[in-house]
Write a protein that binds this ligand. Structure first.
Ligand SMILES: NC(=O)c1ccc[n+]([C@@H]2O[C@H](COP(=O)([O-])OP(=O)(O)OC[C@H]3O[C@@H](n4cnc5c(N)ncnc54)[C@H](O)[C@@H]3O)[C@@H](O)[C@H]2O)c1
Length: 322
């Protein structure tokens, strides 16, 4: 099968590409096209081709979607902080480019399984105590608004059989390797990653502020799983809140101390940032995972294990074993 991944030079897109190429991937890949505005890293696997392409360019969608395409993972996006500071850029990448892809699929290959990386940031405002897949969305950011609009379109395109869409709402993914990004929730990784590297970190929110998270490995597994679910099982609502769990800053720092000692925790200082606090406080922290778990999605067990897994993977990278 031919699979395309957009955002393939990004944090999750590159891990998704690697996972798809593994022998235990549930998708039997014969061709994998990796696309991003920044050229994705070439793999030694002959099934892979890489393409540097800005999805905002007219005709970009048509270049990516042809009649041979079976599955399309759309992860390219401008994340929350940047979408908030540059409204036009956010809307053109997160909404207009997605719409162009949906249209190209409609015209070329209506059987296409289209998996869209959405976000729990579609929720906000006054919320029920527990969120489920059908809770109404009231995003508090331009990023969440663009994602929510794409979700509705994917639902409607699927209802009309223009394509076979699914959107997965990702929790905040933590711990994110590499450098900080422009997501407003970036601190959730920074307060662990930087101290583990012996660097100072600033926490912009209160110690008791909780956040709904999932580890990168679990999220990547779940994004792939979304492509394998039958459309009949999904029914007329193509959205799934990916399972996660709530963890406070305090609990994250306790896990850091357990795994790395008090010196690491001492590298974190608190400096409140009103804008980030406001956005993070608007995010829900209690979801009903039951539909997703019934559909076979995975959930992490606890934060200490997530932290240990991150440390192990970083060590593997340094020793060159992955
Ligand atoms: N990481 C998280 O915590 C999280 C949480 C919720 C949702 N998501 C969603 O998951 C997806 C992947 O997130 P990530 O953390 O890997 O983000 P990322 O920023 O690491 O990757 C996004 C990629 O999209 C590419 N891109 C941006 N504009 C583009 C354009 N015009 N044309 C082509 N490529 C373009 C970027 O170059 C980047 O490599 C995104 O859709 C994001 O909204 C992520």
């Amino acid at each position: 099968m031919k699979v395309v991944v957009t955002g393939a030079a990004g944090f999750l897109g590159s891990q998704l590409a690697d996972a798809l190429l593994k022998s235990n991937s549930p998708l039997l890949i014969t061709q994998l096209v990796l696309v991003d505005a920044i050229r994705p890293a070439q793999r030694s696997d002959p099934r892979v081709s890489v393409l540097a392409l800005d999805l905002r360019i007219p005709g970009a969608a048509e270049r990516l979607i042809d009649a041979d395409c079976n599955v399309f993972f759309h992860l390219a996006a401008v994340v929350s902080g940047q979408s908030e500071s540059d409204f036009d850029l956010g809307l053109s990448v997160n909404f207009d480019a997605t719409r162009a892809l949906l249209e190209a699929a409609r015209r070329t290959v209506p059987s296409l399984i289209f998996v869209f990386a959405s976000t729990c940031g579609v929720f906000g405002g006054e919320l029920p105590d527990v969120i489920n897949d059908k809770t109404a969305t009231m995003p508090q950011t331009s990023y969440g608004t663009a994602k929510a609009m794409c979700e509705l379109l994917i639902n409607d395109y699927s209802r009309r059989k223009f394509l076979d869409g699914r959107f997965v709402r990702l929790p905040t993914v933590s711990i994110r390797a590499g450098r900080p990004n422009t997501a407003m929730t970036s601190y959730a990784s920074g307060i662990l990653r930087e101290p583990l590297n012996g660097e100072q970190a600033v926490c912009p929110v209160r110690e008791d502020q909780k956040i709904w998270i999932s580890s990168p490995g679990t999220v990547v597994h779940n994004i792939i799983h979304a492509a394998t679910i039958s459309a009949d099982v999904l029914g007329d609502w193509r959205g799934i809140n990916l399972p996660g769990f709530a963890v406070s800053v305090e609990e994250q720092l306790r896990a850091l101390e357990e795994v790395s000692g008090p010196k690491a925790v001492a590298l974190v200082r608190f400096k409140r940032d009103e804008k980030i606090c406001h956005m993070v406080e608007s995010l829900p922290i209690k979801f009903d995972n039951s539909r997703a778990l019934k559909l076979g999605f995975h959930v992490d067990t606890n934060f200490v294990d997530v932290l240990r897994e991150y440390i192990q993977e970083e060590q593997n990278k340094k020793s060159g074993s992955i």
